[in-house]
Write a protein of this length. Structure first.
Length: 193
């Protein structure tokens, strides 16, 4: 393992740790700040390993978070429009970067697909008229799909913390889905009584 690859893995570990820590923070602003720090640090590690499509996805998430940090509106419609535009641009740039900089390798599409599907899940969870528990299930399912794609990508580009933290995400999402289904079952049995 080269020195650059070791440094890239250390940075990836730090970034993914910050992202995971963001899941236990209550403040939306701090969540976005922790995740943004992850996107910067992980982007550097991906650049160091020439994992360009991952870098594009990190940059798009950083842009979205920055807009949400400084956008002084509660307009759900505006946030939805911004999310859709950034998601489309990120997917297009991810495909373009993969073709131009990575010779169109198949695994270069994994972070693009994962991020695109997760963004779609986020949009669905906030747009569909469903309960908070059902929205959580939708988010967790799409997050699991995203984690599978990113985990595979992490192994292939030799950024092993990406794989490890995404496997942790899959486990945590599975637990959250089971918990949500148990709560939904309890709610439906109360309604029947």
């Amino acid at each position: 393992m080269t020195t650059a690859l070791i440094i890239a893995n250390i940075l990836s570990f730090i970034g993914n740790t910050l992202f995971t820590l963001s899941t236990i923070i209550k403040s939306k602003r701090r969540i976005l700040l922790f995740q943004s720090a992850n996107h910067i640090i992980s982007g550097v590690s991906e650049y160091m390993t020439e994992a360009y499509t991952g870098l594009v996805q990190e940059a798009s998430c950083l842009l979205r978070n920055t807009i949400f940090l400084f956008l002084k509106t509660e307009s759900t419609r505006l946030k939805l429009i911004i999310t859709v535009i950034i998601t489309i641009i990120a997917a297009a740039l991810g495909v373009l970067f993969n073709i131009l900089l990575s010779d169109g390798v198949w695994y270069g599409y994994l972070p693009v697909i994962g991020s695109l599907l997760y963004s779609t899940g986020v949009i669905l969870a906030f747009v569909l008229p469903i309960s908070a528990l059902k929205a959580e299930v939708v988010l967790k399912i799409f997050l699991m799909i995203n984690a599978i794609a990113w985990g595979m990508y992490g192994i292939i580009v030799k950024l092993y913390p990406i794989f490890i933290f995404n496997m942790l995400n899959i486990i945590l999402c599975s637990i959250a889905i089971v918990r949500a289904f148990i709560l939904m079952k309890k709610e439906s049995s109360k309604v029947l009584e």
